[in-house]
Design a binder for this molecule. Structure first.
Ligand code: F6P
Length: 537
């Protein structure tokens, strides 16, 4: 294909040459999202010619109608017989998103109104526990999409947590996490939010039952459970069977995938932490990105360009992973959130026609906040044998009055992208070493280790400030990148069958672990390890 033919030509041109030959490169490849966000794609190994061909490919893949379908009736998740309509969760009241002829936006807003009333009650100190005291702590129990989104956003918006509510997140099957949270909260003033789309996920139900037992140990009255437990789910009967009043259940719908559910009642802990108005600002930012996706030509469409670039890097240039490096300590959970969003969505090897894909799909996504990552693994990014395209995410203004920190933080972010792109060549290294007074022999011995080839691609996403609105837009941008990648790869980004086998096998192994008898029914390695666990138990 034409893109493959461009590969050599594009690779022959270094980033330094591209900038030297085209002084307007930054302005041609830096894209604006409203007044608050800029996405700089100029330090990628591409040209206007590549971009045009990628956009043509997108048109051939019928991306425009696919985007339109994301805002109404669709069957993107055909293996589960479900639509993907998370965009409806952030549409303003009065908008319309029809599913099987029914506009779902009123349903969404009815649930948002219930959330608002509930949050306001908790904030007003009007939701009382078993000793008639108001709540001070909220513990969200959920995993995957029922944890990563709200946990990431609650932390990202920490400067906005001014409602007198501390939020905690428990997800792991390791009881250590539940124990560490229960150790710092007071049962009389703690509200548990049990978040699970299915209300069957083993980690969540195990943690929820243990939390209920902990509460009962303190109050010794099952009638009090309803004052301390609410649920967010699509499964009313299971919520009721657990003992939570369905009046205290917040609903979402099967057309919302777990990893796209942050905008639904799954965001309840965020709203409890930062207030409902700010939760609405988060939704507004995401909606604005939806509008951008829907109405902007591909050539300036930020999520489309991010996805097409990723296709170019993965399928043409042969790169295998993508790094994401937020230069904001409050985005510490952002890489983990993106991992689920992208890897659970696009880690697929069978296309929409049921055929094995003959091309690479979802990359390994990983990352860490700056500047911490710089002192850990950035060595590999700069001089390792693998090239990892990096996303740097930064904010011009900080919420904290440490101007020196902020200058240094941003200076470091800009420096990393600069070093990756332009490196340091042999003559520069030799000049530096000579200036240090080293002799010729030492210079020639050390120089190869200090040369940085540069020419390594990165994207910089710059916002004015980490506000709820900007965060909503940023997350929706990555959601849409993920969606567009899926369309281009012709895969279903909305199922996750690959996680099922492990769940089934675990159930059998958990049963085996409850007996002391020697197990011989598994493969040799599993039998051996089971025997060792039983010996050490
Ligand atoms: O096992 C994967 C998964 O189904 C994710 O897709 C989902 O976000 C997570 O588990 C939690 O599921 P639930 O919200 O139903 O508990």
């Amino acid at each position: 294909m034409a893109l493959q033919e461009l590969k050599q030509q594009e690779q022959a041109m270094s980033l330094s040459q591209r900038f030297a030959e085209d002084p307007a490169r930054f302005s041609r490849f830096c894209f604006a999202f409203g007044e608050h966000m800029r996405v700089d794609l100029s330090r990628q190994h591409w040209s206007s010619e590549v971009l045009a061909l990628l956009c043509e490919l997108a048109r051939n893949m019928k991306l425009r109608p696919a985007i339109e379908a994301l805002f109404g009736d669709n069957l993107f998740n055909h293996t589960e017989g479900r639509a993907a309509l998370h965009t409806a969760l952030r549409m303003p009241a009065g908008a319309s998103a029809a599913l099987n002829g029914v506009n779902v936006v009123p349903l969404v807003h009815a649930e948002l109104a219930r959330m608002r009333t509930f949050c306001e009650r908790v904030h007003a100190g009007d939701w009382l526990g078993f000793t008639n005291l108001p709540m001070t702590d909220v513990v969200n129990i959920g995993i995957g999409g029922s944890d990563l989104g709200p946990a990431m956003v609650a932390e990202a918006l920490a400067p906005y947590q001014d409602k007198g509510i501390r939020v905690h997140f428990v997800s792991n099957m390791d009881g250590a996490q539940l124990a560490s949270v229960l150790a710092v909260v007071d049962p009389a003033r703690t509200l548990f939010v049990i978040s699970s789309k299915t209300f069957t996920t083993d980690e969540t139900m195990t943690n929820a039952r243990a939390a209920r037992a902990w509460l009962l140990a303190a109050c010794d009255d099952p009638a009090q459970v309803k004052k301390h437990f609410v649920a967010v789910s699509t499964n009313g009967p299971a919520v009721q069977a657990f003992g939570i009043d369905t009046e205290h259940m917040f609903e979402f719908w099967d057309w919302v995938g777990g990893r796209f559910s942050l905008w639904s009642a799954i965001g309840l802990p965020v709203a409890l932490a930062v207030g409902f108005d700010r939760f609405e600002q988060l939704l507004a930012g995401a909606h604005e990105m939806d509008e951008h996706l829907r109405h902007t030509p591909f050539e300036q469409n930020i999520p489309v360009l991010l996805a097409l670039l990723s296709i170019w890097n993965i399928n043409v240039l042969g790169l295998q992973s993508e790094g994401v490096f937020p230069y904001s300590h409050h985005l510490t959970r952002f890489p983990a959130y993106l991992q689920q969003l992208n890897m659970e969505s696009n880690g697929k090897g069978v296309d929409n026609a049921g055929e094995k894909t003959t091309y690479n799909t979802g990359p390994v996504v990983w990352g860490e906040v700056g500047t911490n990552g710089q002192h850990a693994f950035f060595q590999l990014l700069h001089q390792g044998s693998q090239v990892v395209p990096a996303d740097f995410i930064g904010f011009a203004r900080s919420h904290y009055n440490y101007p020196e920190h902020q200058r240094k933080l941003l200076g470091n972010m800009l420096a990393q992208a600069q070093a990756l792109a332009f490196g340091k060549n042999q003559p520069q290294v030799e000049t530096e070493l000579a200036a240090e007074g080293l002799n010729a022999e030492t210079i020639s011995r050390l120089a190869p280790y200090k040369v940085m080839d540069g020419n390594r691609p990165s994207t910089t996403i710059l916002c004015d400030e980490l506000t709820p609105y900007n965060l909503g837009a940023l997350i929706a941008m990555y959601e849409h990148k993920t969606f567009v990648q899926g369309i281009m790869w012709n895969i279903n980004s909305f199922d996750q069958w690959g996680v099922e086998l492990g769940k089934k096998l675990a159930a059998r192994l958990i049963t085996d672990l409850s007996s002391d008898e020697v197990t011989t029914t598994h493969d040799g390695a599993t039998n051996g390890l089971l025997a060792q666990i039983k010996a050490w138990k």
